[in-house]
Design a protein around this ligand. Structure first.
Ligand code: HGY
Ligand code: MN
Ligand code: MN
Length: 410
């Protein structure tokens, strides 16, 4: 019997994707009722397969297939089921359900590995309303601090309360901490979320490294005033100042460095946001990504000093806050070779490439060797309703992942 059921895998991906906010394309934001609904569906799938199901203190959903030598460190296959607003149907979902299909196929064929395999839906991989991303895998790696648990959303609710709402227990978050020797290998299948595989006509990608991400919150304080009576040379306009800072990060990140780097402002809130009021306050977020930690630091310091000079020239207040920093990681050669060989069991159109997207693998690399397999996504697009992957590529990627697990656990 063929290992990996292509049709079943495709159906489960679309069944989970369909659990989305009515009227909004593919949205299941972390810490919402819709997110919990999707995870209830996932837990039922895990139970139906006969896995041991656990929800840990960080609300990570874990399905376990116990190995013949349960004292061995486990093999973890993970990703996430939360989305960005107006997201797609494959980012995160593909990885969790590829893992589920693997353990379901092993069970159906009575193939028992010596390693226990854990399929994990990590809580809130995407930047949440609390500003933090990779919340669940941070709890495993020890990078979810008490201060982070007190981060609040726009309504003043804390991340700790949100974790409780998702089924976790923030008071026992330190019970999630994994020791170095608990995990033998972390693997993740993911859509590339970029154009490289498509442009190189490759079916699969072996990830060589994952960017580090530095995120800041920027608070610009001007002077709210009447838009009709305040002359142009007597304004402390928070929005025009914040706009100049936004263009500054675009220009600074657009320069040449030893390694590629990107800088983005994706969150931008203007107050009081009325057509006849000179903006008094702007809160926006900057993120800087590169495979090189030094380049991230170079761009960050140039940006912060330029933001300060813009603030003083425009006579507005400026406060900057470091929200999070995930380290860039390089995949170990032996894991790249393992994945290259396993990909080549299903296709010869395999290339190596770095990941411009962050993943739970960034945190998991602090605990175990990590590896990622990418599948192409249509037009290289992601984090949008048009995000799409082909059934065949998802099938090939999942078969390759299974072959890597079988090889590693031999
Ligand atoms: O933002 C990212 O890089 C990932 O999609 N969470
Ligand atoms: Mn994403
Ligand atoms: Mn993702």
């Amino acid at each position: 019997m063929e290992l990996i059921n292509k049709e079943r895998l495709w159906e489960t991906v679309h069944a989970l994707a369909a659990i989305t906010i009515e009227g909004k394309p593919w949205t299941r934001r972390s810490f919402t009722a819709k997110y919990n609904e999707g995870r209830e569906w996932l837990k039922n799938q895990m139970q139906d397969i006969g896995l041991e199901v656990e929800v840990d203190a960080a609300a990570n959903v874990i399905g376990r297939l116990i190995g013949t030598e349960p004292n061995l460190p486990s093999i973890v296959i993970g990703s996430h089921t939360d989305t960005v607003p107006d997201g797609g149907r494959f980012d995160g979902i593909a990885g969790v359900l590829a893992g589920l299909e693997i353990v379901q196929s092993l069970k159906e064929q009575n193939i028992q590995l010596k390693h226990t395999i854990e399929i994990v839906d990590f809580t809130a991989e995407e930047p949440s309303e609390y500003g933090l991303s990779t919340v669940g895998s941070r709890a495993w790696s020890g990078n979810l601090t008490t201060e982070m648990l007190s981060y609040t959303n726009a309504d003043g609710q804390s991340l700790a309360e949100a974790i409780s709402f998702a089924g976790g227990n923030p008071k026992e978050i330190n019970k999630c901490l994994k020791e170095k020797d608990e995990i033998a290998l972390y693997l993740e299948l993911h859509i590339e979320q970029g154009p490289v595989l498509i442009n190189k006509n490759a079916n699969l990608g072996v990830v060589t490294g994952i960017v580090g991400i530095q995120r800041f919150k920027i608070f610009v304080d001007g002077l709210p005033n009447h838009a009709g009576t305040t002359p142009m040379d007597m304004r402390n306009d928070a929005l025009t100042a914040a706009s100049e800072m936004t263009l500054a990060i675009e220009r600074i990140a657009g320069k040449k460095y030893e390694q590629p780097v990107v800088g983005t402002v994706g969150v931008f809130n203007n107050f009081p946001n009325a057509s006849n009021v000179v903006p008094g306050k702007v809160e926006f977020q900057v993120e800087i990504r590169s495979i090189s930690e030094e380049v991230i630091d170079q761009v960050a310091s140039q940006f912060l000093s330029e933001a300060n000079s813009i603030a003083s020239r425009r006579n507005v207040g400026l406060k900057t806050e470091k929200v999070s920093r995930s380290k860039a990681i390089i995949v170990r050669d032996e894991i790249k070779h393992l994945l290259e060989n396993s990909c080549r069991t299903v296709t010869d159109k395999v290339i190596e490439l770095p990941s411009g997207a962050g993943h739970d693998a960034n945190q998991m690399s602090l605990l175990a060797p990590v590896g990622m397999i990418f599948i192409p996504c249509k037009d290289g697009r992601s984090h949008c309703p048009e995000e799409w992957a082909e059934k065949e590529d998802l099938y090939l990627g999942t078969k390759a992942l299974l072959s890597a697990v079988l090889e590693f656990s031999k």
